[in-house]
Design a protein around this ligand. Structure first.
Ligand code: SAH
Length: 245
């Protein structure tokens, strides 16, 4: 069995938080279950213990660092959507650490979500639901439109595409965390130019360095300030093919 790194110092020094022994054990169970599922369905190419720890576990959780620090019995339960969850990131580590949050894992690839259902059964993650559809379709369904407190998106496309997927799903005052690598002034200018049309505003850009390989990460945080006009998101495929400018 491949053992994940267990150093709590690395969590503490970077995120000012550390997993409990129980969470640490469940990270290992999650890793084992993903590797097993990965033999049937292509969920991830990141499989070595150190890479999985840094690029999946640590990275998924660094995006929600502000909530980690206030996680406690009294913190409110959030309704969260992980748009384009793929192999379950960032949604699954987040679900594991925040059992009082309800996390919808959304992905257009039904096969991946079916594999994630098996993973969740193995790990005993029961605060997730599965939406095997395109974000552009889900966002027009009354059950989901303007229904989420928090949207998470990692590696789903250009930032303006991500904003068009996420903002229609957020409640007023809700936030989207866009997980990015490098972040340029040009991207920021392009994003701020279109946010108002979607009812969003740019709240914060946080940067982090990954603890094992010193990679650059940015979290771009959007807040839903006004209702998103019904025309957004545009028809399936359009936000990716022709991002708003
Ligand atoms: N978030 C994961 C996976 C990234 S790969 C990670 O960071 O590891 C991108 C995933 O987004 C793929 O699984 C793809 O099926 C999904 N995806 C891309 N566009 C989508 C859309 N419009 N609606 C739903 N899922 C989408």
């Amino acid at each position: 069995m491949n053992q994940l790194p267990t150093s709590s110092d690395r969590w503490q020094s970077t995120l000012h938080w550390q997993p409990t022994d129980d969470q640490q054990e469940r990270f290992q169970t999650l890793y084992d279950a993903i590797l097993l599922a990965n033999q049937q369905v292509n969920l991830t190419r990141i499989t070595s213990p150190a890479d999985f720890w840094e690029k999946h576990l640590w990275d998924s959780l660094q995006g929600v660092a502000p909530w980690l620090r206030e996680a406690g019995a009294s913190a409110p339960g959030l309704r969260v959507v992980d748009i384009g969850t793929g192999g379950g990131f960032p949604g699954l580590p987040v679900a594991l650490v925040f059992p009082h949050w309800a996390i919808a894992l959304l992905d257009a690839t039904r096969k991946k979500l079916a594999a994630l259902e098996t993973v969740c059964e193995r790990v005993g993650i029961d605060n997730v639901s599965f939406l095997p559809q395109r974000a552009e379709q889900v966002a027009h369904q009354p059950l989901h439109r303007e229904a989420y407190d928090l949207a998470l998106l990692r590696a789903v496309g250009p930032v303006n595409t991500c904003a068009e997927y996420a903002l229609p799903l957020l409640k007023l005052g809700g936030q989207a965390v866009l997980y990015r690598g490098q972040w340029t002034a040009a991207e920021e200018a392009g994003l701020t130019a279109i946010l108002q049309r979607l009812g969003g505003q740019l709240s914060e850009v946080r940067s982090q360095v990954t603890p094992l390989t010193q990679g650059v990460r940015h979290n771009v945080v959007l807040t839903k300030a006004e209702r998103t006009p019904d025309q957004f998101p545009r028809l399936p495929g359009i936000p990716a093919k022709t991002p708003l400018v």
